[in-house]
Design a binder for this molecule. Structure first.
Ligand SMILES: NC(=O)c1ccc[n+]([C@@H]2O[C@H](COP(=O)([O-])OP(=O)(O)OC[C@H]3O[C@@H](n4cnc5c(N)ncnc54)[C@H](O)[C@@H]3O)[C@@H](O)[C@H]2O)c1
Ligand SMILES: [Zn+2]
Length: 370
């Protein structure tokens, strides 16, 4: 059992803005104390969530904030990516203006990555930036979206096109909230956790596979340390490159493992696949390319497939490489936003824990996969 919360530090360019991620059961009840500590002069807190998460977990958070004498202004969106729009973001900003928010007041994001990204952008833009605290409630948001300071909303032309870097003052992770998260959402988060392991730590890959049954039983004693390890691996990476300025081979670009082909499949499925499911297929692609490029031993591909199967994630990549679907994936790859002229920085693996970045063109990527 995890008795004490894990503490992970994330470094950002200006030292006074570095922040901690705290992982531990019962964190929801401590949100008030932590927000008060991070924002000693705050009077008001905007509690931004989606309707589903607010109904499930808003009560304890609200009470914890009010217990510290903070006036809570709740604001919710309908669940899902459809709500991550500039219109909703501006609506939230208008609510802050109407309720007399000041620059010492704070935003708390309680929810999945959609809520975290939108609330973070609200905090980044209101009065040129107010403080915010992330309380991520989906596994994907706990291990990925809430750490690293990227905040954004979508435009009709593409996802996350209107965004900023705005680092939270703290990230509070309670593994107990995952008790209400549906299995498919849990698996989606596991895809990102596996990505962290494949990039940086074989021990993490093994621990995920070993713990998977307890994870699906929502055992906080197993979930807590696994989440903390994933966060630590991502935090170490983003701390080396807080603003995504490092070139190929280092820094945040590595976190793109599985995402080049993954994003293309996600788009080609018209977002019928969840992000984590598409990333799972993207990880299969990365393993196959690593082997066929002669970078990795052939076992890498079967190791990755085995891990994904154990984590209840899809591995059936081939149907996305041929016919109509294949053409859609190809078109989506060509529009990859990380494309520099006609090459893509493609993240591959020499083995588990040893990422490599390659400069590749779309025809070469598809040629190696097919
Ligand atoms: N900023 C970043 O660095 C970063 C990184 C990865 C992903 N993201 C963004 O995150 C978003 C995806 O995040 P997501 O998968 O969390 O999506 P999401 O926020 O839509 O949450 C998924 C679903 O789970 C529900 N949910 C969340 N917590 C719950 C709980 N504890 N119990 C029951 N239901 C719960 C939500 O209501 C929603 O229906 C995307 O918009 C993506 O662009 C951002
Ligand atoms: Zn991702």
């Amino acid at each position: 059992m995890v008795d004490r919360p894990s503490l992970i530090d994330v470094t950002v360019p200006s030292e006074d803005l570095s922040y901690s991620v705290v992982v531990g059961p019962g964190m929801l009840g401590r949100v008030g104390i932590e927000v008060r500590r991070a924002h000693p002069r705050a009077r008001k807190v905007a509690l931004i969530s989606d309707e589903k998460v607010m109904a499930l977990h808003g009560g304890p958070v609200r009470r914890a904030l009010e217990g510290e004498g903070l006036q809570v202004v709740p604001w919710t969106i309908p669940p899902g990516e459809v709500s991550k729009t500039p219109e909703r973001m501006l609506h939230a900003v208008s609510t802050l203006v109407a309720t007399g928010f000041g620059r010492n007041d704070a935003v708390v994001a309680l929810g999945g990555g959609v809520v975290g990204d939108l609330a973070g952008l609200v905090a980044a833009l209101f009065m040129r930036g107010v403080g915010f605290v992330q309380v991520p409630t989906s596994l994907l948001a706990q291990v990925d979206a809430s750490v690293g300071g990227k905040v954004a909303v979508d435009l009709p032309q593409g996802k996350n096109l209107l965004g900023a870097f705005h680092f939270p003052r703290g990230v509070l992770i309670d593994p107990e909230v995952l008790s209400t998260l549906p299995d498919v959402e849990l698996a989606s988060g596991l895809a990102e956790m596996l990505k962290h392991g494949l990039l940086f730590s074989r021990a993490h890959v093994d621990a995920l596979i070993e713990g998977v049954d307890a994870v699906f039983q929502r055992d906080p004693a197993v979930l807590g340390p696994l989440v903390a390890m994933s966060v630590a691996l991502k935090a170490a990476c983003v701390s080396r490159d807080p603003l995504e300025k490092s070139g190929a081979g280092k820094g945040r670009i590595l976190l793109n493992l599985g995402h080049t082909v993954g994003h293309a499949i996600e788009a080609a499925s018209s977002y019928a696949l969840r992000h984590g499911e598409a990333v799972a297929l993207g990880l299969c692609a990365a393993a196959r390319i690593s082997v066929r490029k002669g970078l990795a031993e052939p076992e890498l591909e079967s190791e990755v497939i085995h891990a994904l199967e154990r984590l209840r994630l899809p591995t059936d990549l081939d149907p996305w490489l041929a016919g109509d679907r294949g053409r859609k994936v190809e078109r989506a790859l060509v529009y990859d936003k990380k494309r520099a002229q006609d090459t893509i920085t493609y993240i591959a693996l020499a083995q588990i824990g040893e990422p490599r970045s390659l400069a590749m063109r779309v025809p070469e990527i598809l040629g190696l996969l097919r």
